[in-house]
Design a protein around this ligand. Structure first.
Ligand code: NOJ
Length: 538
């Protein structure tokens, strides 16, 4: 390993925290979280110890998909604040050494984006080909593609009597990445944000960018599902090989700047597709810096399953590439709810915290995860997510994982002085940041401890990972750089566990009453970090 590879690099060594801005902190009482709210909570972010914040979209948007439908890539949405607010956020975050990652939603724009307004205005408009238009007789669709958010992926537009493609809502027309002028325009927008000081990008549905040139029908290969979309194999509307060429160009652009980073949302349905995610890393240096693998989000609570998914993901990373890990985000039920177990959910959250922050690869923490937030219960009348509205009650949408951050035991959990855009979870009085800061055994203080430990310990960040227990007995354990041994008991029963070698020191155990110096057993749901008396070793 060369010296330069070895030095601290924020996106490899740090911890990245995802903020869903609508739900983080509302500074002006309109019920919606905003940029000033994030600035006001900067002390909290510093206290938590994270190194970078990924903001879900804050660009100008009609909010049909709550910001994932952008109308102007260069402007800040006024619900979230002003341009000056955003510049202040960059400045203040950078002063504290916290990096900022933008959500790059570039598979589609909003239908109110000027590009689309022009494109739809006439068949001869210079921007016509910036979107994917098809002529057809009305009622006969160009092909059998479906929108992920329901219905056909083609919308008839009466202005010119043609159909346009939308992989999500009809208010989210897909852009045509095969058009070079469009590509240049997108890259100009990206440069705009790089020049303004953005440190990195999370690329929304990056594996959908390019569509089959011939627009061939997807085959139906999967049995019945309430959503027809899920019955097709998406071989022609996703994962097209040409997407990698786009990413190579994108990477070249990013490499003109210092220490900027990219992470891709490579979407695939359960059980996940780590091989596909890894493809977006190219040779490890020529495409994305990191890509999400959602396998762990789709996994049952089972040590063996965790082992299989994690080891598989790590093996697929190219030797010059770098992994990342994520357990929750704004599209999936929160980990505390997915892995809910009566009387033991917090214990499971602790195991997940120790796992996430001791694995090899960059940890992504979703706001609220650090206090063990659960999904909210949202009634039909309070639903906001278009996906929930469409598929209720078969699928209740993504509002449950987007409820307001629980700051304290006061009205609306201290999130807003107004009416929150989504109801605050009813458990806020007992589960909130304020309470957990004061409780030294809280989940929040565990995250904090682990983040600091990771920062201090080279081997927890960069050390090799070698699995010891692979889940057979309900235990997952692994060595990090021959120095740290992490053992996680996924079971509700006491287990025998003999660490590697002798005399390992217990750096941390979730068993606060455990006074043992020499570990021989693991208590139910115990997570332990041991240190072996070894020199730093990568
Ligand atoms: C993935 C995003 O994470 C999700 O929230 C959004 O609805 C779709 N992409 C469409 O942009």
């Amino acid at each position: 390993m060369s010296i330069s590879d070895d030095k601290w690099l924020w996106w490899k060594d740090g911890v990245i925290y995802q903020i869903y801005p609508r739900s983080f902190y509302d500074s002006n009482g309109d019920g919606i979280g905003d940029i000033r709210g994030i600035i006001e909570k900067i002390d909290y972010l510093e206290y938590l110890g994270i190194d970078a914040v990924w903001l879900s979209p804050i660009n100008r948007s009609p909010m049909d998909d709550f910001g994932y439908d952008i109308k102007d890539y260069r402007r800040i949405e006024s619900i979230f604040g002003t341009e000056a607010d955003f510049d202040e956020l960059i400045k203040k975050f950078h002063e504290r050494n916290i990096k900022i990652i933008f959500d790059l939603v570039m598979n589609h724009t909003s239908s109110s984006h000027l590009w689309f307004v022009e494109s739809r205005s006439s068949k001869t408009n210079p921007k016509r080909d910036w979107y994917i238009w098809q002529k057809c007789r009305r009622g006969k669709y160009p092909n059998n593609w479906r929108a992920a958010f329901g219905g056909r992926a083609w919308e008839y537009d009466k202005i010119t009597g043609e159909y346009y493609l939308h992989s999500f809502l009809k208010q989210q027309p897909d852009i045509n990445w095969r058009n070079n002028e469009l590509r240049d325009a997108v890259f100009d927008d990206i440069k705009f944000w790089l020049d303004r000081g953005i440190d990195g990008f999370r690329l929304d549905v990056v594996n959908w960018f390019i569509k089959d040139e011939k627009l061939r029908n997807n085959p139906y290969t999967i049995g019945y599902s309430p959503r027809i979309y899920d019955m097709q194999s998406h071989i022609y509307d996703r994962n097209r090989p040409e997407t990698h060429d786009v990413l190579k160009d994108f990477r070249k652009l990013l490499d003109n700047y210092t220490e900027r980073m990219s992470v891709g949302e490579v979407f695939s349905p359960p059980p996940g597709n780590p091989r596909l995610s890894a493809e977006f890393l190219g040779n490890g240096k020529d495409q994305l810096d990191m890509a999400f693998d959602f396998s762990l989000m789709y996994t049952k609570w089972n040590a063996k399953e965790f082992y299989k998914k994690i080891s598989n993901w790590l093996e697929l990373i190219p030797s010059d590439g770098w992994p990342c890990h994520v357990l929750s985000n704004h599209d999936q039920s929160r980990q505390a709810s997915r892995f809910y177990k009566k009387n033991y959910t917090d214990e499971r959250c602790r195991i997940l915290a120790v796992l996430l922050l001791t694995l090899k690869g960059t940890p992504f923490v979703y706001y609220g995860e650090e206090i063990g937030m659960r999904d909210g219960k949202i009634s039909r009348s309070k639903l906001r997510d278009p996906l929930g509205k469409k598929y209720w009650p078969f699928f209740k949408g993504r509002d449950p994982e987007r409820t307001p951050m629980q700051w304290e035991n006061s009205d609306n959990a201290g999130f807003t002085s107004g009416v929150p855009w989504l109801p605050v979870n009813s458990d806020y009085w007992k589960r909130n940041v304020h309470k957990q800061i004061e409780d030294k055994n809280s989940i929040l203080n565990l995250y904090r401890f682990l983040i600091l430990l990771r920062r201090k310990e080279y081997n927890l960040r960069r050390g090799s990972i070698v699995f010891v227990e692979t889940g057979e007995a309900g235990i997952l354990s692994y060595m990090r750089g021959c120095e740290f041994e992490i053992a996680l008991n996924f079971d509700n029963r006491i287990k025998q566990y003999f660490p590697q070698g002798h005399g390992a020191e217990i750096v941390y155990s979730t068993e606060k009453f455990s006074k043992v110096t020499e570990l021989k057993i693991l208590q139910p749901y115990e997570a332990v970090i041991l240190r072996h008396n070894q020199q730093r070793n990568s």
